[in-house]
Ligand binder design. Sequence first.
Ligand code: PLP
Length: 393
Amino acid sequence: MSALMPTYRRAPVTLVRGEGLRVFDSDGRAYLDFAGGIAVVPIGHAHPDWVAAVAAQAGRLVHVSNLWSTEPQESLAERLTGLAGFGLAFLSNSGAEANEALLKLVRLHGRANGGRTRVVALEGSFHGRTFATLAATGQPAKHEPFAPLPEGYVHVPPNDVAALAAVVDGETAAVLVEPVLGEGGVLPLEDGYLSAARRLCDERGALLAFDEVQTGIGRCGTWFAFQGTPVVPDVFSLAKGLANGLPIGATIARAELAFGPGQHASTFGGGPVVCAAALATLDVIEREGLLANAAAMGERLRAGLDGALAAAGLPGRTRGKGLLVGASVAPARAAGVVAGLLERGFLATEAGGEAVRATPPLTVDAASVDGFVEAFAGAAAEAAGEAKKGASA
Ligand SMILES: Cc1ncc(COP(=O)(O)O)c(C=O)c1O
């Protein structure tokens, strides 16, 4: 019996160690990690450079209040804004916090620009579990038990320009999107849709905000997913992959949108150890050419999974960008395929109920991708057979 709240539907495995693409359970069994902590471990487990950077910083300075400046924090902010090509950064501890800061920034700007307070977000989106990020999340079933939520969030279907044009008006502070909806089933937004969103925001005086918590840090083959689209947001959030597994969030905004003294804060945000971990992560991604690897391995993975779906007689296709990949397995259950993958020695996750999601480290190689595809083919064929049996029973 666990003393933890039963928040997560957990697979019956206790993981004790990780090394590169592999994790090991308490019985010593190895798994190829195609979950990667759900897009959190871009350079793989226990990368020696990352371990050395964290250990060195832990022995030097772990915490001082943000009332004093530290070198790792200043360096990380400079690095991130340099990679983005604009802005100033606020550092926090999670995706929800990075989005909470983003939503507060948007509110500040909107109030100063004609009292705009509304945020337009997408149906099926996921932005976090705090009250404001939950309100921004376009999944009513997640709202209902916690009502009332903060007001001022409206949701429109993704990739529908007319629906967006119908709601962005003089009360809109921002349009908030994930460039690829992650938890919502790995659904990329089309370039045309993003261009239209940028244009509508510019014409109607709203900000364009990107939630890059899952898509950022090379996941989609560019440092930030927006860099693979025709648009640049006014503000965006990062978290998951940034420190390769230590808790961090970042909100990067055009300089004129930045918080002033006293408007926002975090005790632990941007601490020296996590910033050293993030700097080491960015160094490894750069030095090992992992952006190009994410793009190439993502293509290989999608092509392989498409072939496996066809062979299993499943009508679905794969979706995604870089190494954020979803394979739609309906009418089979994604949970069944994920369980079948675990039996075969692979970790993966579900997304949106009908898709199996693969978010391996960006260090993944061709042999591992091919091994995953083969295991997926077996698990999908098994699940498709069960779905057929269920339908005819
Ligand atoms: C796009 C997106 N935004 C926000 C979050 C929330 O991040 P966290 O769980 O770190 O609060 C997630 C987490 O899955 C996410 O995928």
